[in-house]
Design a protein around this ligand. Structure first.
Ligand SMILES: Cc1cc2nc3c(=O)[nH]c(=O)nc-3n(C[C@H](O)[C@H](O)[C@H](O)COP(=O)(O)OP(=O)(O)OC[C@H]3O[C@@H](n4cnc5c(N)ncnc54)[C@H](O)[C@@H]3O)c2cc1C
Length: 482
């Protein structure tokens, strides 16, 4: 029990039966050695190992309230601002490992179930004791140090109507039956990043609201990825063999999958919300889950902005482009982005308050602002990288050139102001992988959408933001008389 090692994670990964479809190939075992998953599996293992490293252990773990063993800090229900700061330090350590390129490190969803379990009364009692279910589930995940994926969105069949009005009412996953053992789910959800997780959470969207017609779709539950009838249909892998050619894709391609529920039985003790649109609409906000997910996401985004600033600074310096004011200005903008994200984190922690559930909860105003600003700023980071590297981002011949007869030409014509040819190309390959390769393109899409559609998020932000104090100031000046 307690915080696990990377080796234990890899053993668990390979011994879990799951139905992962990669094109026509059904991957059922030895997942950790499959070309699509090898790199990311080792990266996740390295994150697990960080928890047990002597110098990091105090930050990465805390004492389990039930077993008194060390367990991952992202499971900690913070009671004080010091607890919150420890959570941030832990999440920063994991985010820095991949330069913010991994969105589904375990802390993202650990934070969500941590908050939900603290707010267990919200789930209430219905056909089953939902409150006890979420609480027990959180403890189970914490004590076994599992890694979760999640899926919140219905398939993109016809977005102009809700799930109940689609051509086929079973396109979106919904309750098909209820038995003495549990709820039977049929249909699909889109999308789940990291199909090599241990368990999948199927929860309501943080953004899209359901009406009464959507009751069969208004459900929250968790099941192991080995559940019978559960299928993950993967996209093409962006993982690459060569760490020289694809320094990021070879290690951090988390993979994304559509999730199919072929009459999957969800045992009663794994159901948290059932056919309850009202509760489903409120679950993320009322429990504080969305705040803690946003906290983790902002920490990762700050780490990514810092990494990207470092990468483009090195690209510019390598070719002497750092001497030009427009290059300096663009990179300065990226540094401003990094500082803005860090300021949001600090501000959210400074304004943290104990919630009705007894949890020290960061101020959501800065975090919701970060959530809305990041999808607008992140594409700019990629643009600056391209503007800085220019054609150098295409002067990146595959690794084979190093042992070829054009090596002499390579050494001569690819050298740069501060680096020899091999080192310069290595750096530019990383820059391209971050913003332009298939992996880089997916990064761009991820940052634009992972927390929801930015257009609807902005409308929700507008409606939610307390604008009255600002209105009042205008009113005061409007009617000002000397
Ligand atoms: C790389 C990647 C990884 C992801 N990983 C996960 C994951 O692990 N788990 C998970 O749950 N989700 C994941 N997502 C999905 C993410 O939650 C969604 O992308 C996001 O919620 C937006 O939904 P959508 O993609 O279905 O876009 P859609 O809702 O289909 O939107 C498509 C377009 O139509 C517009 N639009 C649609 N409906 C409306 C409307 N009612 N009003 C106004 N405009 C509208 C949108 O603005 C957008 O331009 C991932 C997404 C990406 C890109």
């Amino acid at each position: 029990m307690g915080a696990k090692s990377g080796r234990e994670f890899l053993q668990r990964l390979d011994s879990t039966t799951r139905e992962v479809w990669y094109g026509g190939e059904k991957i059922t075992g030895d997942v950790s050695n499959h070309p699509a998953f090898k790199g990311v599996a080792r990266s996740i293992a390295a994150l697990y190992d960080m928890q047990l490293k002597p110098g990091l252990r105090d930050v990465m773990t805390y004492e389990s309230p039930t077993t008194h063993e060390p367990v991952g800090t992202s499971f900690m229900q913070p009671r004080t601002k010091e607890d919150l700061a420890k959570r941030t330090a832990m999440m920063t350590a994991w985010a820095n490992y991949s330069g913010g390129m991994m969105g589904r490190t375990a802390d993202y969803l650990n934070s969500s179930i941590m908050a939900m379990a603290a707010a267990k009364e919200f789930f209430g009692k219905g056909e089953t004791d939902f409150a006890s279910n979420i609480s027990r589930y959180y403890e189970y995940v914490r004590e076994n140090d599992l890694i979760l994926t999640h899926t919140l969105i219905n398939p993109q069949a016809n977005r102009s109507v809700g799930p109940s009005k689609q051509a086929d009412p079973f396109i979106a996953a919904r309750v098909a039956d209820k038995t003495s053992e549990g709820v039977v789910m049929r249909g699909a959800r889109m999308l789940a990043t990291l199909p090599i997780a241990d368990e999948i959470l199927v929860f309501p969207s943080t953004l899209i609201r359901s009406g009464q017609d959507d009751a069969p779709y208004s459900i929250a539950f968790a099941i192991p990825v080995s559940a019978k009838g559960l299928k993950f249909v993967c996209r093409e892998s962006f993982a690459a063999e060569s760490a020289y050619d694809h320094p990021l894709a070879s290690r951090f391609d988390e993979q994304d999958a559509v999730v199919v529920f072929d009459d999957v039985l969800v045992p009663w003790d794994r159901v948290f919300v059932l056919e309850d649109p009202d509760r489903a609409n409120r679950v993320n906000d009322a429990t504080g889950s969305v705040v803690f997910m946003a906290h983790q996401a902002t920490v990762r985004e700050a780490a990514k902005a810092e990494f990207m600033a470092g990468l483009m600074t090195m690209v510019a310096e390598t070719i002497g482009a750092d001497a030009f004011p427009q290059v300096q200005e663009r990179i300065a903008n990226v540094l401003l982005t990094a500082e803005t994200m860090k300021a949001f984190i600090r501000s959210s922690e400074a304004g943290a308050k104990v919630s009705q559930w007894g949890v020290m909860t960061p101020d959501y105003v800065p975090l919701n602002s970060a959530k809305n600003l990041w999808p607008r700023l992140a594409p700019e980071l990629a643009a600056v990288m391209k503007q800085t590297g220019a054609s150098g981002l295409m002067a990146i011949p595959p690794e084979g050139v190093l042992g070829s007869e054009v090596r002499k030409d390579f050494d001569r014509y690819y050298q740069s102001k501060t680096a020899d040819a091999e080192e310069r190309v290595r750096l530019f390959k990383m820059a391209w992988d971050a913003v332009g390769s298939s992996f880089g393109g997916r990064q761009d899409l991820y940052e634009r959408f992972f927390f929801g559609d930015p257009v609807r998020m902005a409308s929700a932000y507008y409606a939610w933001y307390d604008k009255e104090p600002y209105r009042q100031r205008v009113k005061d000046l409007l009617h000002w008389r000397e």
